[in-house]
Design a protein around this ligand. Structure first.
Ligand code: ADP
Length: 325
């Protein structure tokens, strides 16, 4: 008996590790004897009928590449029912019964709409450098982004130390502080400013007072882009007013955190989730997202997938206090 056809696409912002997930899904589909096709440019390609055949050879030598060889997009048209109907006709025309969607929480919302309106089974794989998606402990891209930011901050630390300066380094993360907290701990930052706490500026002041007279002291303050106080430039002004004798600088890391070769952890996470997505189809699961919770593959219904923010507890605050003094 012929098995139903699978399509795979990447949607939303690119992250390192997407290619590793596509590769694993394509090869697992071949292993279980499914035919699999790629859809280029996410929901845009779905509307424009940009389907391409894939086989094991199509995904050779991509595991180490950043970005996505299927390309990605944000699609305003897919929010319009008129274009969604075209997308569903294209899925029918190409005999697709299952869609593997690699995306963030926005793309998963689109997937729910697609599944309920078209009857196509959608299996999600979570990707976002921000790590702010529920249903998994880690999303594809987070580990690479934090490693890139860590390396960049280590370099900035050299300048900060040589010139006895305070640097504000702004990292990505949308409205969540996952990247800032992780990177702040890993670089020994004197301040970590994240949206989930409102005591971080006070902790920074205490730290500056504590280190002010140390020889060769430097300060690195990691700022999450979504912090409620404002960005790194705003914070710099605040500190300049309070401590006019301290030389300050600002560095916004921006998109370098999203590109480049994926880390070992992102490659293995993406590979596990790519395999899990096809195995969900094989075991007849419907409209779920594959994630890893407590080191185990777990499937969460798409309708339960949402944006999440970092759970800050007293223990985290304590860690920050201990390490900064
Ligand atoms: P991410 O998946 O990285 O969070 P976005 O939030 O930009 O990225 O979402 C990607 C795309 O998902 C959007 O451009 C849109 O096409 C689609 N999408 C998001 N929410 C919906 C929705 N409620 N209905 C239909 N499509 C949606």
């Amino acid at each position: 008996m012929n098995k139903p056809n699978i399509a795979i696409m990447t949607s939303g912002g690119d992250v390192p590790g997407l290619n590793a997930a596509i590769r694993a899904a394509v090869r697992t589909a071949a292993y279980y004897q499914y035919k699999i096709v790629g859809i280029e440019k996410g929901y845009e390609g779905l509307i424009d009928d940009a389907f391409i055949p894939l086989h094991s050879g199509s995904v050779s030598n991509i595991i180490n590449k950043g970005g996505t060889f299927l390309q990605s997009s944000r699609s305003e048209r897919f929010k319009d029912e008129k274009y969604r109907k075209v997308a569903y006709q294209n899925l029918k025309k190409n005999n697709i019964e299952h869609l593997i969607l690699i995306g963030g929480d926005g793309s998963m919302k689109g997937a729910q709409v697609l599944a309920s309106e078209s009857g196509i089974n959608v299996i999600g794989i979570p990707k976002t450098i921000d790590n702010d998606i529920s249903g998994t402990d880690f999303s594809i891209g987070f580990d690479t982004a934090t490693n890139i930011a860590m390396e960049a901050i280590d370099r900035i630390r050299d300048t900060a130390t040589s010139h006895h300066r305070l640097f504000f380094v702004e990292v990505m993360g949308r409205n969540a502080g996952y990247i800032a907290l992780e990177v702040g701990i890993a670089t020994g930052a004197e301040g970590i400013i994240i949206p989930e706490t409102h005591r971080d500026l006070q902790l920074l002041y205490e730290n500056i007072e504590h280190k002010k007279n140390w020889k060769n002291s430097s300060y690195i303050v990691v700022v999450a882009e979504g912090d409620e106080i404002g960005g790194a430039y705003h914070l710099e002004k605040t500190i300049q007013q309070k401590y006019p004798d301290i030389y300050t600088g600002v560095s916004i890391l921006g998109h370098i955190q999203r590109g480049g070769s994926p880390s070992c952890r992102d490659r293995t996470l993406a590979t596990k989730l790519g395999i899990a997505a096809v195995e969900a189809i094989q075991s007849e699961k419907r409209n779920v997202m594959a994630g890893i919770i407590h080191e185990k593959i777990q499937y969460t219904p798409l309708e339960q997938i949402a944006n999440r923010s970092l759970d800050i507890n007293e223990n985290t605050i304590k860690i920050l206090k201990i390490l900064s003094k």
